[in-house]
Design a protein around this ligand. Structure first.
Ligand code: GLC
Ligand code: CA
Length: 554
């Protein structure tokens, strides 16, 4: 594998709306991000991915862009953005923007012009079809519910949106659209960005001609996945984008890629892959259901382990995957992957450690470093996320009571991760001096950054140690590039693996409340990390406490 500048980095995702508000309007802003760069540097972060802060109606919280060349006034100004890039650079840090180009906003001027003249230049920027009474062009269900077709205002046509109706899909088959996208990427890279996280990118290639698929629910619609499975040729778009943009700048790119086939790994993230890296979503998909979130279930520790190892085996040394336990689309990892009632400090550190030490690039989502947890929603009124609102409806339609529906979909709500960052135990968790746009999680007096930074045993300080280990000149080569070899794979509630490079490390997590022993076939040289103060041993036997996590040099 050819080594790249970003291989040994640690990345951190910021959801700007909920990170830090500096002007009291209840909405996080870029000046807030600038004010926290030293915090991130102190933790050891190198790469900062910002969820979208472009001009947007915020129908999907910025994933609906109305101007790719401007910053939304709620987040700040272009001067703030330039300052952020410059301040990051001073600290040897890199800023990634979110590239949202499967769709734009229905308030983008391209879309407005398409409405004015659907047969003209801009009509061809979108997927438009003639409207037929009582019949839709295709029977696909949008990710956020309902059909993917909506009337194109003022015309006798309909447009395609695989996400929300305020997110019309761009027609990537049109070379002019692609040119616009490349121009914009390069414009941002010229400003000094480190690169991009690439949103929803597998959706850009549609199976043509557009047609119906077997319905999979009572609504008579079909999930988009069937169409995506059938679509071929996305590689042509993605390699063109790479060659015209990222490659010329040696920029970092990480794709939001689902459903890739094992044989496609080199195409996506190999030496000349479309992207530098892509996220592993194997764990997030596990436990899912075609019926909707209400029917999804919590995965077990053994399943979690299996998912991680499957991905590791699939990728091997062909490239670098990006590892997460959560992001702005997922519930909090500690609430999701630790058994109910066992979301303890030890468990949080273990989960963080097991994930962080996998081969690949670690991404920390804001608040993960302090062990932020899911929200206990009392009412659907507390929910803002369009996806949760739709899933709630689906659950009610399936016959669940409002209480059951809230409980079942609340666990998976994207708002679990979108509540304001908990900085202090003061008003609004120190996020804003005004009224936060989304309620602060009531546990902020117990879980906040200020307290944890002072406490040597905190989750925050444990993350700091994990990061320091990845950067330690003695172990770096092994932690970054070393092969991963699972061990004791069949042992229930135990996740363990070797990392083998110029050193050999053994990473072990006792993924349960009760103790568990393991028998080493060899001694060990050194304990590099331990989430407990002690380690009980008996000869070659290690007696692990509940959720004990160790990194040993062997
Ligand atoms: C991605 C984003 C998600 C957004 C969707 C549509 O999955 O991560 O937040 O809603 O794309 O842009
Ligand atoms: Ca603000």
């Amino acid at each position: 594998m050819i080594k790249k500048w970003w291989n040994d980095k640690v990345a951190y995702q910021i959801y700007p709306k909920s990170f830090c508000d500096t002007n009291g309007d209840g909405i996080g802003d870029l000046r807030g991000v600038i004010s926290k760069l030293d915090y991130l540097k102190d933790l050891g972060v190198d790469i900062v991915w910002l969820s979208p802060c472009y001009k947007s109606p915020l129908a999907d919280q910025g994933y609906d862009i109305s101007d790719y060349y401007d910053i939304d006034p709620r987040f700040g100004t272009m001067e703030d953005m330039d300052e952020l890039i410059a301040e990051a650079k001073k600290r040897d840090m890199y800023i990634l923007m979110d590239l949202v180009v499967n769709h734009c906003s229905d308030e983008h001027e391209w879309f407005k012009k398409a409405c004015e003249d659907p047969d003209g230049k801009y009509g061809k920027y979108f997927y438009l079809r003639d409207k037929k009474e009582g019949e839709l062009p295709t029977n696909w269900r949008s990710y956020f519910g309902g059909p993917v077709w909506e009337d194109l205002p003022g015309t006798n046509k309909q447009y395609l949106h695989v996400f929300h109706k305020k997110q019309p899909d761009l027609n990537w088959e049109n070379q002019e659209v692609r040119e616009e996208v490349y121009k914009n990427i390069n414009w941002w890279l010229d400003k000094g960005l480190g690169g991009f996280r690439i949103d929803a990118i597998i959706n850009i290639k549609k199976a043509l001609p557009l047609h119906d698929y077997e319905p999979d629910r009572e609504d008579g619609l079909s999930s988009i996945h069937k169409m995506l499975e059938e679509a071929t040729g996305i590689g042509e778009f993605l390699s063109e984008m790479r060659d015209r943009t990222f490659k010329k700048y040696d920029a970092f790119s990480v794709g939001e890629v689902f459903n890739e086939k094992p044989e496609e790994i080199p195409d996506f993230i190999g030496e000349n892959g479309y992207f530098s890296s892509m996220f592993d979503f194997n764990e997030t998909i596990c436990g899912g259901s075609d019926k909707g979130w209400y029917d999804c279930r919590k995965i077990t520790p053994d399943e979690y382990k299996k998912c991680c190892f499957e991905t590791q085996a699939k990728i091997g040394d062909q490239g670098m995957v990006s590892n997460i336990i959560e992001n702005h689309d997922e519930p909090r990892g500690v609430s999701r992957y630790l058994p109910d009632g066992e979301c303890t400090e030890a468990g949080k550190k273990m989960l963080g450690g097991l994930n962080f030490m996998l081969r690949g690039l670690p991404f920390i989502y804001q608040g993960q470093e302090i062990g932020m947890e899911n929200v206990e929603f009392q009412s659907i009124e507390q929910v803002d996320d369009i996806s949760t609102l739709d899933e709630y409806k689906v659950a009610l339609e399936a016959g669940l009571s409002p209480e059951e529906a809230l409980k079942s979909v609340g666990r998976f709500s994207r708002d679990n991760a979108r509540t304001p960052m908990q900085w202090t135990d003061g008003a609004n968790a120190g996020f804003t001096s005004g009224k936060p746009w989304l309620e602060v999680n009531s546990n902020y007096t117990r879980i906040n950054a200020e307290a944890q930074m002072k406490d040597p045993d905190s989750v925050w300080n444990f993350y700091k140690k994990l990061i320091a280990l990845r950067k330690d000149p003695e172990y770096k080569e092994t932690v970054v590039y070393g092969a991963l070899k699972p061990v004791w794979e069949d042992v229930h509630n135990l996740m363990a693996y070797y990392r083998k490079g110029d050193r050999t490390l053994l990473v072990v997590g006792n993924y349960q409340k009760g103790p568990q022993s393991i028998e080493l076939s060899h001694g060990y040289k050194k304990v590099l990390l331990n989430n407990y103060h002690e380690l009980s041993e008996n000869g070659n036997k290690l007696i692990l406490q509940g959720y004990q996590f160790l990194v040993l040099e062997v």
